[in-house]
Design a protein around this ligand. Structure first.
Ligand SMILES: *Cc1c(COP(=O)(O)O)cnc(C)c1O
Length: 487
């Protein structure tokens, strides 16, 4: 499709005045999701105004500083190394543990995959087509890394409890396997993979093992301290060679803050990029980014020091109480259930009764102002509960009860009872706004009388002739989201 979705915007001839700039920005912000009210479930981690103000002050204090050259900014160097060692300390690391701060979980995972590829290129040049085994539930950032770095990512089935199937992983390891992956926890159902068994397997086969603790790394240590049962998942297990941990999730840091950690400096060296022949000088950079925002590094240091262990424990206690309220509320409701046995505060809701369409429930929740991401395989709605939801949990449960009742009535009168499931993994996690964008695009592509609601859209997507079509549709949609907004 060559059709353009937007009117080009050009740089204004003369600058606007300051008030006008902010007036326009505030006006468009009006339509954004209201994350302060605890109605979104994964995009924003909010722990109250006090903490937000600490983050903002720290971020703006180091707003202009650049983490590209730590030599020029010893302040950032100190913050980064202390953030890394505080994080490693929570995750069974010791004085050998080494890492870097990155812009987010994706960059941390990209780095871990690149490091694995580089180590094996150096030590096992006979492996020309390296592969990494990941459970199907691992984050798509691994697929992105495979796409960028030309490493084959093989997806392994999970067990009944949604945790990685260790036997399947063991059987799938070949001469070409350089690393296996487990998550703590995985995103779709929030369960921690059997990391101890996987780490043992990796060690026995002489390959690397990455633990993706992007969402759990700053939560599970505190959940465990509060007395909940958390399986081992970190550097205490000798087979674990690298970890990814996001600070901008349950670390409640400003966005753009994550850590990639390695068991030792030797492994980390494979991550580095150095080019010595540039007329501009010898160029060296540890991670993907060149210029790095000092604000994100400084704000992570600030919030970790401001909260301390006591602060994180307090927030974690509130979050886990909210989780219990949700779990009990759901247990008392007919028609929905939580899948698996989530280890912390990430979970999903599925229909417990074949006559109920969980996507319909999701649409009814959208009507009531809640933003729940849709998942597939199996059909479900995703919840990442954070501090902000302690304020909104009662309303959530009463709206959910209503949404289920409404969805039941709706589905009885509906003709298409067999709802397909979205046939592409990327779309499974598209937020509601993108999903409705797809619906609109489909109608432009010639479909007529298409239903507006996403439950019907998801059913329709399931009927697409092939995956290739779906890839194109999603790429068009990405174009659309990057292009300038329609006037
Ligand atoms: C969020 C997340 C990622 C990716 O992190 P980004 O910061 O969004 O790049 C990777 N793995 C898991 C389990 C996650 O929850």
């Amino acid at each position: 499709m060559s059709k353009s979705y937007s009117t080009p915007v050009s740089l204004p001839d003369a600058g606007l005045d300051r008030d006008e700039v902010f007036r326009r920005m505030a006006a468009v912000r009006d339509k954004d999701t209201r994350w302060r009210d605890g109605r979104t479930f994964s995009l924003v981690f909010y722990a109250g105004e006090e903490m937000l103000s600490v983050l903002k002050e720290a971020y703006t204090m180091f707003f202009s500083e650049n983490g590209l050259n730590p030599g020029a900014f010893p302040s950032l160097k100190k913050f980064e190394s202390e953030v890394l060692s505080m994080t490693a300390g929570l995750l069974g690391g010791d004085s050998n543990t080494a890492g870097n701060m990155t812009s987010g979980g994706t960059e941390s995972i990209l780095m871990a995959v690149k490091t694995a590829r580089q180590k094996f290129r150096a030590e096992r040049p006979d492996i020309t087509e390296p592969e990494i085994l990941v459970p199907v539930t691992a984050h798509p950032a691994f697929d992105k890394a495979g796409h960028y770095f030309d490493v084959k990512i093989r997806h392994m089935p999970v067990a009944q409890d949604y945790r990685a199937d260790v036997n399947a992983m063991r059987d799938a390891i070949t001469e070409r396997t350089i690393m296996i992956v487990g998550s703590a926890p995985q995103y779709p159902q929030g369960v921690v993979d059997p990391i101890a068994e996987l780490a043992e397997l990796a060690a026995a086969r002489g390959i690397l093992m990455h633990v993706d603790a992007c969402v759990g790394g700053m939560m599970l240590p505190f959940v465990r301290k509060l007395g909940f049962d958390v399986p081992d998942f970190d550097f205490k297990l000798p087979g674990v060679t690298s970890m990814s941990v996001d600070l901008h999730k349950y670390g409640y840091a400003a966005k753009g803050a994550s850590c990639v950690l390695y068991r030792d400096k030797d492994l980390r060296r494979h991550q580095y990029f150095v080019y010595t022949e540039w007329p501009g000088g010898i160029y060296a950079s540890p991670t993907v980014a060149g210029t790095r925002p000092g604000g994100a590094i400084a704000a992570a240091w600030a919030i970790m020091n401001y909260l301390g262990e006591e602060g994180y424990l307090g927030i974690t206690r509130t979050v886990m109480e909210t989780v219990r309220t949700v779990a009990e509320g759901v247990r008392e409701m007919d028609g929905v259930k939580i899948l698996g046995e989530p280890h912390m505060s990430v979970m999903c809701l599925a229909a417990d009764d074949p006559s109920l369409d969980i996507y319909e429930v999701g649409d009814e929740m959208s009507v009531r102002g809640w933003h729940l991401d849709r998942q597939q395989y199996p059909a479900s709605l995703h919840l990442t509960i954070n501090w902000a939801h302690s304020q909104s949990v009662e309303q959530f449960l009463s709206d959910l009860r209503e949404a289920i009742a409404k969805a039941r009535r709706f589905s009885l009168s509906k003709l298409n009872s067999q709802m397909g499931v979205l046939a592409g993994s990327a779309l499974g996690v598209l937020p509601e706004s993108m999903a409705s964008g797809i619906t609109r695009m489909f109608s432009k592509m010639g479909g007529s009388g298409l239903p507006k609601r996403s439950a019907a859209m998801y059913g329709m997507m399931g009927k697409l002739p092939n995956r290739g079509d779906l890839q194109d549709v999603v790429k068009d949609l990405l174009d659309k989201f990057t292009d300038a907004a329609k006037k």
